[in-house]
Design a protein around this ligand. Structure first.
Ligand code: LCS
Length: 393
C-alpha cells in the first residue's frame, strides 16, 4: 500500500516515518548537538548544500525533522519549522517578514503576547500595527495600508472564540500582495487546515493540542510554498528559536493520539457548553458548536468540529468567576490549554493581562470572561465538578 494518500488518522501515526539501521518502530531521540562529517570535503559540501547531511542541531536534527515533516504533511504544506515555543514560531514569522517601516494588521483578540510583542518590542524596529475585529471582513480591508506586510489572525481566537473567515481573509491579503498567517493552535490540523483555505503560513503552539500532555513547550510553522519556508528557516536557525530533540520527540509522540484525544474532549465540550448555556448563573457562552455563536455557520464550514475550548461569563461577573475558579477540584486552575486534563483560567488577569484594559474591552475580553480547556476525563466528573463549584456562588 502506498503511504502517500493516507487518511488523517493514519497520517498521524505514519507521517514523518523514517528508517534507521536498526528498524526502530519510532523515530529515536537524536540527543546530540553536533554531527560528524565523513571527511573535510563532505563537511564543506554539507555547508554549501552540495551534500545532504546533518551539521548541527540548531540547524536541523533527524528527530526534529521527522516531527516537522509530520506536521507539514497534516497541514498539507510544503515543509515545517519547529521552534522552542509557540512564541518562538510567532517571533520567527515577525522577524522574517517585518522590517523597518512595515505595518501589520491583526485581530484584536489574539494570544496576549503575540499582540504584546508587536506593541512593546517591535516599535523600536520601526514596525507599526493596527488591531481590528477581523471577524468583520470590511475592517481588514480598511486597516490595510501601502506599507502593510502581513495579515495575522487566530481562529478561533484566544480567548473570545471569534471565528474569522480564512478563505475571505486570504483573498483580501492576496489582493494587496501580502501573506495571510494563521495561528491554528485552537483547532490543530485535525479540525482545520488553513493552508487549504488559502493561508500562506500556519503556526501552532505545540505546547497545546499537538503535544497534548502538558509536558513540553514548543511551536511549529508550516508554509504552503518553498519561498516562505526559505525566508523563515534561516531566521529560526540564526536567532536560535530551535526546539530541542527531546521536546520534539515528545511532541511527535503526543501528535499520534491527536484525533482520539480531540474526539473525546470535543464530545464532552459540546455537552458542557450546552449545560453552561442553560445554567441560570451563566450570562453567556462562546463556543463554536453552539447555535448562539455569532459565526456558527462559518465555523461549521471551515472547521471539522467545534473544538475543546469554551469561554463564558457568569452573571455575577468577575467575583462569581473567582469563586468558580477557587472551588473547582478536578479542573486545574492553570493557563495553557489542549492537554488531557481540564484547565480553567481567567484571561484578563492571566494570559491577556499585559494587554491594556481598554484594548481588552474593545476586543471582548471582559473582566468576567472565564476560559475552559476541556480535557479527556469522564464528562460526568467534569460537569459534577463545575456544578459543585457553581453552587458556591
Ligand atoms: N498561540 C496561541 C493561540 C496560544 O494560545 C499560545 C499560548 C501561543 C501562541 C504561544 O505559545 P507558547 O509559546 O506558550 O507555546 N497560549 C497560552 C494560553 O492561552 N495560556 O497559556 C499559554
Amino acid at each position: 500500500m502506498k503511504k502517500d494518500n493516507l487518511r488523517f488518522s493514519s497520517k498521524l501515526i505514519h507521517a514523518g516515518d523514517h528508517k534507521d539501521q536498526y528498524g526502530s518502530a519510532i523515530v529515536p531521540i537524536y540527543q546530540t548537538s553536533t554531527f560528524s562529517f565523513e571527511s573535510a570535503d563532505h563537511g564543506a559540501k554539507c555547508f554549501s548544500g552540495e551534500a545532504e547531511g546533518y551539521i548541527y542541531t540548531r540547524i536541523a536534527n533527524p528527530t526534529i525533522r521527522a516531527l516537522e515533516k509530520a506536521v507539514a504533511s497534516l497541514e498539507n504544506g510544503y515543509d515545517g519549522i519547529a521552534t522552542s515555543s509557540g512564541m518562538g514560531a510567532v517571533s520567527t514569522i515577525y522577524m522574517a517578514l517585518l522590517s523597518n517601516g512595515a505595518h501589520i494588521v491583526s485581530h484584536n483578540a489574539i494570544y496576549g503576547p503575540a499582540r504584546g510583542i508587536i506593541e512593546t518590542i517591535f516599535p523600536k524596529f520601526g514596525i507599526e500595527s493596527t488591531y481590528i475585529d477581523a471577524s468583520k471582513l470590511e475592517n481588514i480591508e480598511k486597516a490595510i495600508k501601502p506599507n502593510t506586510k502581513m495579515l495575522y489572525i487566530e481562529t478561533p481566537a484566544n480567548p473570545t472564540m471569534d471565528i474569522i473567515d480564512i478563505k475571505a481573509a486570504a483573498e483580501i491579503a492576496h489582493k494587496h500582495g501580502i501573506p495571510l498567517v494563521v495561528d491554528n493552535t485552537f483547532c490543530s490540523p485535525y479540525l482545520q487546515r488553513p493552508l487549504d483555505l488559502g493561508a500562506d503560513i500556519v503556526l501552532h503552539s505545540m505546547t497545546k493540542f499537538i503535544n497534548g500532555h502538558a509536558d513540553i513547550v514548543g511551536g511549529i510553522i508550516v508554509t504552503k510554498e518553498k519561498d516562505y519556508y526559505d525566508k523563515l528557516r534561516p531566521v529560526m536557525i540564526n536567532l536560535g528559536f530551535n526546539i530541542d530533540p527531546h521536546q520534539a520527540f515528545l511532541a511527535h509522540r503526543g501528535l499520534k493520539t491527536l484525533a482520539v484525544r480531540m474526539d473525546r474532549a470535543q464530545e464532552s465540550s459540546i455537552i458542557i457548553a450546552e449545560y453552561l448555556e442553560n445554567h441560570p448563573k451563566v450570562s453567556w457562552v462562546k463556543y463554536p458548536g453552539l447555535k448562539s455563536h455569532q459565526n456558527y455557520e462559518l465555523g461549521k464550514k471551515q472547521m471539522d468540529g467545534p473544538g475543546c475550548m469554551i469561554s463564558f461569563e457568569l452573571k455575577g461577573g468577575l467575583d462569581a468567576g473567582k469563586i468558580l475558579m477557587d472551588n473547582v477540584q478536578l479542573a486545574l486552575l492553570a493557563v495553557s490549554l489542549g492537554g488531557v486534563e481540564t484547565l480553567i483560567q481567567h484571561p484578563a488577569s492571566m494570559t491577556h493581562s499585559k494587554i491594556s484594559k481598554e484594548h481588552r474591552e474593545k476586543a471582548g475580553i471582559t473582566d468576567g470572561l472565564v476560559r475552559f480547556s476541556v480535557g479527556i476525563e469522564d464528562v460526568n466528573d467534569i460537569m459534577e465538578d463545575i456544578e459543585q463549584a457553581l453552587q458556591m456562588i
